[in-house]
Design a protein around this ligand. Structure first.
Ligand SMILES: Nc1ncnc2c1ncn2[C@@H]1O[C@H](COP(=O)(O)OP(=O)(O)OP(=O)(O)O)[C@@H](O)[C@H]1O
Ligand SMILES: [Mg+2]
Length: 233
């Protein structure tokens, strides 16, 4: 569903991404790990069409997005990609419901249809009692679930998440982790998740290790022992 080929990105004379090749399949949950400054966020933003690569191609749902104009790219992003950030980035002056509706309103969906879908998503995420609260009146876990609902609003092909559990305590972290897998099961959602959370990285189908702007596939957190391993017998 997503193919990145030979992606390079520099900021001034700082060469950050140095030839990334990557394929993400539909319904996969892929984690991206690696040291601070390795280029993980830059890679996610290039995948999310927020930065254009200096070199290389990105094919997403059959479109070569490196060829799209600025306005076509915004439309593509709104329709096909959902984002979840470390610090929710909800708009403080809007309620949970309104925050979730925004991507659909930008896409030109009617207010009533946007509201109906937003309410459905908020219910799915166990937030029905919080729809009229503004972000300041929500807990950390609730804010992050509202951000998940917002990311899902336009039924994106892929959700890109940058340290989504980074600002949460361990209970909320685990709940959010479980939510990603539930969304994959119920909606076939595809995720690319940048994370420092070893547990989340381990649970993913695949882990991509980025060091100094290149992919090092061999160095991801070890799988935790399961009931089938000799230690557990
Ligand atoms: N907009 C920018 N302008 C200039 N330099 C940037 C910009 N964004 C990132 N960089 C630099 O690019 C390098 C990679 O940054 P990036 O944010 O991708 O790292 P990261 O792997 O996400 O790190 P962390 O784990 O700390 O979030 C860093 O040296 C950073 O300072
Ligand atoms: Mg980062």
């Amino acid at each position: 569903m997503i193919h990145l080929h030979n992606i390079h990105k520099s900021f001034g004379n700082l060469h950050v991404l140095k030839g990334i090749d990557l394929t993400i399949n539909k319904g996969e949950i892929v984690s991206i790990v690696g040291p601070s400054g390795a280029g993980k966020t830059t890679l996610l933003q290039v995948m999310g069409t927020l930065y254009r690569p200096d070199e290389g191609t990105i094919e997403m749902v059959g479109t070569d997005i490196t060829r799209l104009s600025k306005s076509a790219l915004s439309k593509f992003r709104n329709r096909h990609i959902g984002f979840i950030f470390q610090f929710h980035q909800l708009l403080p002056e809007f309620t949970a419901l309104e925050n979730v509706m925004i991507p659909a309103l930008i896409a030109g969906t009617s207010r009533s249809a946007a509201k109906a879908r937003a309410l459905e998503l908020l219910q799915y995420l166990d937030l029905s009692a919080r729809t009229d609260h503004k972000p300041a009146a929500l807990s950390g876990g609730e804010k992050q679930r509202v951000a998940v609902a917002r990311a899902l609003m336009n039924e994106p092909d892929i959700i890109l998440a940058d340290e989504p559990t980074g600002s949460l305590d361990s209970r909320n972290r685990q709940e959010l982790q479980e939510l990603f897998f539930r969304l994959r099961r119920d909606m076939g959602q595809t995720f690319v998740i940048v994370t420092h959370d070893e547990e989340l990285a381990r649970l993913a189908d695949r882990c991509i290790h980025i060091v100094d702007g290149i992919v090092r596939p061999e160095e991801c957190p070890e799988a935790a022992p399961t009931d089938n391993t000799p230690e557990a017998l």
